[in-house]
Design a protein around this ligand. Structure first.
Ligand code: PLP
Length: 398
């Protein structure tokens, strides 16, 4: 009666959602202040005041027939021009607005991109750990989803493993930096090695291998971390961008696809993006929020709060004996489970009202993800619980 594939996708909710629902139940039972929910990557820093001010300006000063009207399928031309200007001025890359397609966030950017490029028999590679929706998006577009483990410890790209995974069927590689779930930022060196492998393998197999850069966390980089602009290093790059995290606007669903203008056949690839947008019904992203982001380009939420959370959590958990990947960006801490079974570890953490996510669904068993996009006071209140959890595993209380 219905598509079995879609039925399974609709019915199989993610582990993250299950934990979040469990948290809702516990909040009712023992009070929100006693539950330490680190499950969802939902930004806690509110959208900045300038977002509200610009929105109010738009509402007051834009005629309704513009504010609520269809834009062209790829987006408002003024908005696309402004984004291309921004890329040129900020990253020094010769972007052209004709290669920008406005979308309803990174999820849509990814699924439109994959549908634009995948043909029967193609393979799409992602590095584990990876955002679990990649598998759904790639397989729904008709690709075989292949994973390559990242380097242990650093979670940078394992160049040799990538080289070996690429074959004549490889159509694209997805990278995500700053990364969900590790918080790792790919170094310039990693990007250069990646570009070199893709150039060599593309030449060897006689067709371009696309590099899809999923970048919702681009601006969330701390300290001296630099997030290289990948089109400068590899010409066949497609950037999937979102304003969900940089402006704390996840519910407004706004982002874009940028087909790097120096790509071979950039116009043709962009036309395929338009075709996929059309086929999937992702045309004309919300007009009001297209106009809003144009006014906010280059501005971000106050990331000092995430930076404070990161330091507090990393330093405290390390001092209790836990081992975690040092996060340079995004708002996730990737913690090594003290036991091989990360589900068992997360179950034990629940005894202390700590809600953590096992990384098995991210393709990385043995680790858990802690989303620290929460109020700093939640982290402060949770530390005694983490200390007790550590003492259970490391302190001989087991
Ligand atoms: N990609 C990654 C790595 C994410 O973490 C998320 C959301 O958390 C998305 C894509 C989807 O972002 P959006 O809300 O812009 O669709």
């Amino acid at each position: 009666m219905v598509s079995d594939k879609m039925l399974q996708l609709g019915r199989h909710s993610s582990v993250i959602r299950d934990i979040f629902e469990y948290g809702n139940q516990r909040r009712k039972e023992i009070g929100a202040e006693n539950v330490f929910d680190f499950s969802l990557g939902n930004p806690s820093v509110p959208a900045p005041d300038f977002v509200r001010e610009e929105l109010e300006n738009l509402l007051v000063n834009t005629p309704a027939e513009v504010l609520h009207a269809y834009t062209s399928a790829a987006g408002d031309s003024g908005v696309r021009l402004a984004i291309a200007d921004y890329i040129r001025n900020n990253f020094g890359y010769p972007a052209e607005s004709k290669h920008i397609y406005m979308t309803v966030g990174a999820a849509a950017s990814l699924t439109v991109t994959l549908n634009a490029i995948v043909e029967n028999g193609d393979e799409v590679i992602a590095f584990a750990p990876y955002f679990p929706e990649y598998k759904v998006f790639a397989e729904t577009a008709g690709a075989k989803f292949i994973t390559v483990n990242s380097e242990p410890e650093t979670f940078q790209i394992d160049a040799k493993a990538l080289y070996n995974a690429i074959n004549v069927n490889t159509k694209a590689v997805i990278v995500n930096s700053p990364n969900n779930p590790t918080g790792v930022v790919l170094t310039e060196d990693s990007i250069k090695r990646l570009a070199d492998i893709l150039d060599r393998r593309s030449a060897e197999f006689g067709h371009p291998i696309f590099l899809i850069c999923d970048e919702p966390y681009r601006e969330l980089a701390f300290g001296n971390a630099i997030v290289p602009y990948v089109p400068l290093y590899y010409k066949n790059t497609i950037v999937c961008y979102s304003f969900s995290k940089s402006l704390s606007l996840p519910g407004e669903r706004i982002g874009y696809i940028y087909v790097a203008s120096q790509m071979e056949e950039a116009d043709m690839v962009f036309d395929a993006v338009c075709g996929a947008g059309r086929a999937l019904g992702f045309v004309c992203a919300p007009a009001m929020f297209q106009l809003l982001v144009k006014r906010c380009l280059g501005k971000t939420v106050d990331i000092s709060i995430y930076n404070r959370n990161r330091t507090l959590l990393f330093d405290s958990l390390s001092s209790y004996g836990f081992s975690a990947v040092y996060p340079d960006g995004a708002f996730y801490l990737f913690l090594k489970s003290p036991v091989a079974d990360s589900y068992a570890f997360c179950e034990k953490a629940k005894d202390y009202e700590l809600l953590l996510v096992p990384a098995d669904d991210f393709g990385c068993p043995g680790y858990v993800r802690i989303a620290y996009c929460v109020g700093t006071e939640q982290i402060e209140r949770s530390l005694p619980a983490f200390a007790k959890l550590a003492s259970y595993y490391f302190g001989g209380d087991k």
